[in-house]
Ligand binder design. Structure first.
Ligand code: HPA
Length: 274
């Protein structure tokens, strides 16, 4: 069922834009500016694509954007799906299967997050080295379809070491000083309590957010290399002096967006598809 739906979505997308992207990018809340750096763009609203989930979060455009940066053909997701919107884990990773079917080999995933590591500051960008899934749920739960991947996928390199070094090398050229650390997925939609943040810090998290991990799991399962970049829009509960608001998160994300775009565009120009 899932397989047929994925194939149907992919054929529809191909009927609108018959290009083979090598790299996929998922753009987090307020982080859509990269789309302006793409050439020869084709936009496909999610609402047009059969079987695609539909989201209604402020700050999300909700469309696929095909285009090129340098010689690299890319497809960006401007707007992503979250567990807290009520999607099943399987629904919210559906687009990753479609992008893989369209041809992508690597996936960059960006997000807005809260900083837990005391040396982080709002405005920082963190290369994700590893994740902690606190959800007690996983997008691969259910019968396995061997046409996509194996029953028990390895996650020892959920974020490609090669891509992490590449991102670090490119950062200095783009004038960016990135952080590195572990991203913890929290279900949301409420922000964490101060006690939860202390607990997350104790188990090794440097940052917390409500996305990215499901897509990372699905992408690894599908054999894609993943690079994750978490943009620190605020310090987490109990560390921050003020209360959180989504408007504030999006406003800071918008400010970080230019730095992120410069860095990611510099990477894409030199990207070596495996
Ligand atoms: N917690 C969870 N998700 C977030 C945060 C946070 O503090 N900031 C941005 N996304």
């Amino acid at each position: 069922m899932y397989y047929d739906d994925v194939m149907e979505s992919a054929s529809f997308v191909r009927s609108r834009c018959n290009r083979t992207p090598a790299l996929g990018i998922i753009l987090g809340s307020g982080l859509g500016a990269l789309v302006d750096s793409m050439e020869d763009r084709v936009f496909i609203p999610y609402a047009d694509i059969p079987h695609f989930p539909a989201s209604d979060i402020a700050g999300h455009e909700d469309r696929l954007v095909f285009g090129r940066i340098g010689n690299t053909e890319i497809v960006a997701m401007q707007g992503r799906f979250h567990y807290y919107e009520g999607f099943t884990m399987q629904q919210l990773v559906f687009p990753v299967y479609v992008l893989k079917t369209l041809g992508i080999r690597d996936l960059i995933i960006t997000n807005a997050c809260g900083g837990i590591n005391g040396s982080f500051r709002p405005g920082d960008m963190m290369i994700i080295e590893d994740y902690i899934n606190t959800l007690g749920n996983n997008p691969l739960v259910g019968p396995n379809d061997e046409r996509f991947g194996v029953r028990f996928p390895d996650m020892s390199e959920a974020y490609s070491k090669e891509l992490i070094s590449f991102a670090e090398d490119t950062a200095s050229e783009a004038g960016v000083i990135p952080r590195k650390g572990v991203y913890a997925l929290f279900p949301g939609p409420c922000y964490e309590t101060a006690a939860e943040i202390r607990a997350l810090r104790a188990i090794g998290a440097d940052a917390v957010g409500m996305s990215t991990v499901p897509e990372t799991i699905a992408a690894n399962y599908l054999g894609l290399r993943v690079l994750g970049i978490a943009c620190v829009t605020n310090m987490a509960t109990g560390i921050a002096k003020e209360k959180h608001s989504h408007e504030q998160v999006v406003a800071v994300a918008n400010r970080i967006s230019d730095d992120l775009t410069g860095w990611v565009a510099a990477m894409i120009k030199k990207w070596k598809i495996q």
